[in-house]
Design a protein around this ligand. Structure first.
Ligand SMILES: Cc1cc2nc3c(=O)[nH]c(=O)nc-3n(C[C@H](O)[C@H](O)[C@H](O)COP(=O)(O)OP(=O)(O)OC[C@H]3O[C@@H](n4cnc5c(N)ncnc54)[C@H](O)[C@@H]3O)c2cc1C
Length: 300
């Protein structure tokens, strides 16, 4: 271990768990071994977080919604926080972020694309916060296996960083924990059996989440603007309502914690599956993803 004071310490451990995030140092050691498959993809978009403060002590927008402003090649979303603020995340190609270099350009951009958010975020805050941090990169990492012998295992983003558009990255990490725990119990903590079995079960599910997240990247910023897409969503849910055993919408299946690609972190699940609000020009609002797909959304 390299300590923060620069000292190096050697430690013997029975098991090393690499849960050190998307740029995992533990995973780097896996790369030196043969028969370790690895790929990483940076998407051309970056993200920037802006804060929408409370208005008169209350949420500035309806809190039980995921607010989306889809603009085809880019989008902004807003998620509520416990302190009654919203975190607004702007996803946009890096070169578009880089074109905006002054406070006036920020305001012109927001006037053109997100005019309804200006009074809610505040013009001064927008001019200031846009330049607080550069836009951050998003990477999708797939690898296999997740273990080395009975000595080392990868979990969470270290094993499977995904782009954030399916809202399941952290959930997949929690599911890694549940599966490893179940394996430990089932195979009486025999790591030579537990770790290969953990890889066997988790790799396909995590790779599926990575692909779904990449697909949703296009769906959230572009497809939701299409009437055909909205019709299909409604049809999906109509069929689900009529034949719940035969036709299950994909997101419903994925976010069902009893299914294999299961989502266990209920806070995120509630946030993402409960309500979607789409802001068009200036705003189109559709209710919960389920309601939305079921055709009971409302526009404003
Ligand atoms: C914009 C955005 C939105 C997201 N939204 C959602 C969402 O709605 N729902 C969802 O489920 N997920 C979401 N995610 C994904 C989620 O944030 C991650 O999947 C989750 O944080 C991964 O957790 P982790 O513990 O594996 O890694 P991390 O949270 O990255 O934690 C890794 C830890 O390891 C430490 N570390 C790193 N390197 C070293 C080292 N060499 N030595 C010691 N320590 C080290 C780091 O300091 C950190 O504490 C989102 C991600 C982004 C970027």
């Amino acid at each position: 271990l390299l300590r923060s004071d620069g000292s190096v310490q050697e430690i013997q451990a029975q098991l090393i768990v690499g849960c050190d995030g998307a740029f995992s140092a533990v995973r780097k050691q896996f790369l030196r071994r043969s028969r370790f498959s690895y790929s990483q993809t940076y998407i051309p978009h970056g993200y920037m977080e802006l804060t929408m403060p409370p208005a008169d002590g209350e949420f500035a927008m309806k809190p039980n919604y995921l607010h989306i402003w889809p603009r085809n090649t880019f989008m902004m979303i807003a998620l509520p926080n416990l302190d009654k603020t919203f975190t607004c995340t702007l996803f946009m190609p890096f070169e578009e972020f880089e074109k905006i270099t002054t406070g006036e350009e920020v305001m012109a951009f927001f006037h053109k694309h997100f005019p309804d958010t200006i009074p809610l975020i505040g013009a001064d805050a927008l001019r200031r916060d846009y330049f607080r941090l550069p836009a951050q990169a998003m990477v999708s990492v797939k690898c296999s296996p997740y273990h080395i012998g009975d000595k080392c295992v990868l979990m969470g983003d270290a094993a499977h960083a995904v782009v954030p558009f399916y809202g399941q990255g952290m959930n997949a990490g929690f599911e890694d924990c549940i599966v490893l725990d179940e394996m430990m119990e089932r195979f009486e903590e025999d790591l030579s059996v537990v770790l290969p079995e953990y890889t066997r079960v988790r790799v396909p599910d995590d790779h599926a989440i990575a692909d779904l997240a990449m697909y949703n990247y296009i769906e959230m910023r572009a497809h939701v603007n299409s009437r055909w897409f909205l019709f299909r969503k409604r049809l999906d849910n109509l069929l689900y309502a009529v034949m719940p055993k035969a036709v299950i919408p994909l997101y419903t299946m994925v976010s069902d914690s009893s299914s294999r690609i299961a989502i266990t972190f209920l806070g995120f699940r509630r946030r993402l599956s409960r309500v979607f609000v789409l802001h068009r020009s200036p705003s189109l609002e559709l209710r919960t993803m389920k309601q939305w797909s079921a055709g009971t959304g409302k526009t404003k």
